[in-house]
Design a protein around this ligand. Structure first.
Ligand code: ATR
Length: 290
């Protein structure tokens, strides 16, 4: 580091488990960018001072994660339209008068799906879950021109809230809320399913929010945003039904790469670095990936 080194970091609580410092410093090294990235454990009651202090200390940017992704929106000078639509911010980019908030989860998911050749436009989609990850996925599906999105959730009211908010943004009713077993009434075939619940995530592997073969017969492609394990029960069941599958590892990878590129305009992380970063990330997952 030198006097010119630019500083970025992550604010979270806890932060100790975060893989972002390893990944972001890897990108800095491999792209020859003079940038250091550090973890900051920030308590909720200190969030306002932390954001103001980071700006005062001339930080170039921050990642934001649990539990600050919504609360941080109050302390920003501007918010990008994707983050406004999703109602959560995971990346702050320095501006003269404060930080601008972005959400790179949606763009990360889109990039991962595009790279796998998974098309959204004109497709009938089934979104499982109605939490934060579901909202980012719902936004991507609606914005990319899905013909219809069924939002299925254990708590149907939460599914209704997601549908109402995204439909309001789109100006037409793309999303329909259903309860978790509402898939039985879906008549379409060749659907694109996106699984965003926490069901099946390490350390509770081996379960899926839907397990009946009749559900998977309706699908063409099944995306799970979980990456621990790398093959979830949802993906296993989909695979057994001959459905194409994708896990959440590349979404995780790309949301970080997009953040790095936002902090360093003009710097592009090349394909070879991305491949090495993926290996690094998989190594970090350790036993959780199985
Ligand atoms: P995130 O921000 O990661 O999406 P979240 O907001 O806590 O996390 O959302 C978790 C999602 O997993 C929700 O859709 C939740 O369903 P409810 O809204 O009904 O709680 C879903 N989920 C968690 N445990 C579940 C279970 N055992 N069965 C079905 N859905 C479950």
């Amino acid at each position: 580091m030198t006097g010119k080194t630019r500083v970025c970091g992550i604010i979270a609580n806890p932060v100790e488990h975060s893989m972002s410092p390893l990944m972001q410093n890897f990108y800095a090294e491999k792209t020859g960018t003079d940038l250091a990235y550090v973890p900051f454990r920030v308590l909720t009651e200190h969030l306002s001072e932390a954001v103001a202090g980071a700006h005062a200390l001339n930080l170039q940017g921050l990642n934001v994660t649990v539990p600050h992704k919504q609360d941080v929106m109050r302390y920003l000078c501007d918010i990008h339209e994707d983050a406004k639509a999703i109602g959560a911010v995971n990346t702050l980019v320095r501006r003269e008068d404060g930080f601008c908030g972005y959400n790179t989860d949606a763009a990360g998911l889109l990039r991962a799906m595009t790279e796998e050749g998974i098309a959204i436009k004109g497709r009938v989609c089934i979104l499982l879950g109605a939490g934060g990850a579901a909202k980012a996925a719902a936004y991507v599906l609606a914005k990319e021109g899905a013909a219809k999105v069924y939002v299925l959730n254990r708590n149907r009211e939460r599914a209704e809230a997601v549908a109402e908010s995204i439909n309001g943004l789109m100006g037409h009713p793309v999303l329909t809320a259903l309860s978790l077993d509402g898939w039985r009434g879906i008549k379409e075939r060749d659907c694109l399913a996106v699984q965003t619940t926490s069901v099946g995530m390490f350390p509770s592997e081996g379960i899926s929010p839907v397990e009946e073969p009749a559900f998977f017969e309706k699908l063409h492609t099944a995306v799970d945003v979980i990456y621990t394990p790398m093959e979830t029960e949802f993906m296993k069941l989909a695979g057994q039904a001959g459905v194409k599958t994708m896990n959440g590892l590349n979404m995780l990878l790309y949301q970080g790469i997009i953040a790095f590129e936002l902090w360093n305009p003009g710097v592009k992380i090349g394909r070879d670095v991305i491949c090495k970063a993926r290996e690094l990330l998989i190594g970090q997952l350790g036993d959780k990936r199985r």
